[in-house]
Design a protein around this ligand. Sequence first.
Ligand SMILES: NC(=O)c1ccc[n+]([C@@H]2O[C@H](COP(=O)([O-])OP(=O)(O)OC[C@H]3O[C@@H](n4cnc5c(N)ncnc54)[C@H](OP(=O)(O)O)[C@@H]3O)[C@@H](O)[C@H]2O)c1
Length: 240
Amino acid sequence: MEANTILKDRKALITGASGGLGAAIAKELASQGCRLFLTGRDRQRLAVTANAVKTIAPSVHEHVADLANVASLEAMAVQVLETIGPIDLLVNCAGIFPVHPLEQCTMEEYDQCLAVNVRAPFYLIRKFAPLMAKRGWGRIVNIGSSSAYAGFRDTAIYCASKHALLGLSRSLSHELKGQRVRVYCLSPGSVQTEMGRHVPGQLFETFLRPDEVAHYLAFIIAFDAELISEEVRLNRMVVQ
Ligand SMILES: NC(=O)c1ccc[n+]([C@@H]2O[C@H](COP(=O)([O-])OP(=O)(O)OC[C@H]3O[C@@H](n4cnc5c(N)ncnc54)[C@H](OP(=O)(O)O)[C@@H]3O)[C@@H](O)[C@H]2O)c1
């Protein structure tokens, strides 16, 4: 098992790279020697991540896409193939976190959340997993949440989306492992990112650090023996 070098020169697509956790994952995978294709919706924030990553590893491409928009999603996937070719790693990190009581939830918000948090990962897995299978090696990481395992008030849409993402991961993990493509659902509790600032009723300073989550992600996907931790929950030692 070559846990320290297995990620070197692997080609990785990371969604949500303009966000706090996605940026940390990009830096971690760059430090492991991966070649990166980063996507996000906000051009400026994506450029900040890309520039930071370029100081670690030179092979970084960036592409602005709205994952809730199927045409934009498809165009991004085409761009990946034209720019770096078939990928070895897919990290589905983009997500949105609506926080409202039921009576303030809208159907538009439901559709948007499910489109970003579940439909886009499904689309990207369907697009890229067969190419990984063809090459006999692949890693797909879906970023879940503690909300994939429990219900919390005022976040019904988000909880529904993360439960769905966990179901997708569980099913595809079984389906794809015979083809040497490993599917993981990595589910952190609250993380110190912009999204984490909207978590009600808890101390932000006690949340998980994005770099720590990213480091753990690299650790589990680099493990290449006949064992897989396909479902991982990451929690704080102390909750306040
Ligand atoms: N923070 C937490 O407490 C926490 C806890 C558990 C799980 N998570 C999960 O961790 C993942 C990353 O979240 P984060 O904490 O890093 O939050 P964040 O800083 O708010 O980042 C969210 C990312 O998702 C992207 N995104 C949202 N809507 C998009 C769309 N329509 N098209 C393309 N990209 C879109 C954002 O892009 P732009 O910024 O460019 O718009 C951003 O890159 C999410 O899946 C989240 O559910 C977070």
